[in-house]
Design a protein around this ligand. Sequence first.
Ligand SMILES: [Fe+2]
Length: 187
Amino acid sequence: MSTKKNKPHENKGNNRIPTRDFAFELLRKVKLPFNIRRHSINVANKALKIANKIKKIQVNKNLVEIGALLHDIGRCISHGFDHGLLGGEILLSYGLSERLARICETHLLGGLDKEDAKKVGLPIKDYLPNTLEEKIVCLADKHMKGRHEVSIEDRFQIWFKKYGKTKILLKSKRRVERIQKEIKALF
Ligand SMILES: [Fe+2]
C-alpha cells in the first residue's frame, strides 16, 4: 500500500554462484558435448591450481572454479566467436551471477577488444578479462588444449599453424603473456 520506499528489485545485481553439482547438471541439461564438458573440468582444475598459488592477494576460488566449469557453456549453441556472449546470456537466463557471465564473455583468446569484436562480427564492445578471476580462467583455458595441458607458447604455435600469424592472434598472444606475467607476480 505504501509507496514511501522503493523496494529493491530482487533480481537486480544477481550474485548467485551455484554449486559444482548444479554447474554439472546445467552442462548436461543444455547438452554441452561430452568432450567440452571434460575440457571444462580440466580448465577448472588448472584454474584452481593457478588460484592456489596466488598468495599476495585474495582470490575468489569458488568463482574461479564455477566460472571455469561454465566458461564454454555457450558452445551448446555455437562454436564461433559468439559462444562467449551466448554463454553469458544462458547463465543470466538461469539467474546466475553477472560475474560468471563475464567470465564466459572474456575467455576467448586473450579477451577481445572493440577492434577484434568488430572483426569477428560480435556486438562492438570490449570483451577483455579485467578481474583476477576472469584473467585466471582465460589463462587456464589457454593452457588446456582439449584435455591436454600445453604451454602458452605451444598453444599459440598450434593456432599459428592452423590460421597463420594473424593480427588478432599475435595481439592475443601478447595479451595472454601479459596476463600470465601479472598473475605470476602475485605468487
Ligand atoms: Fe571457449
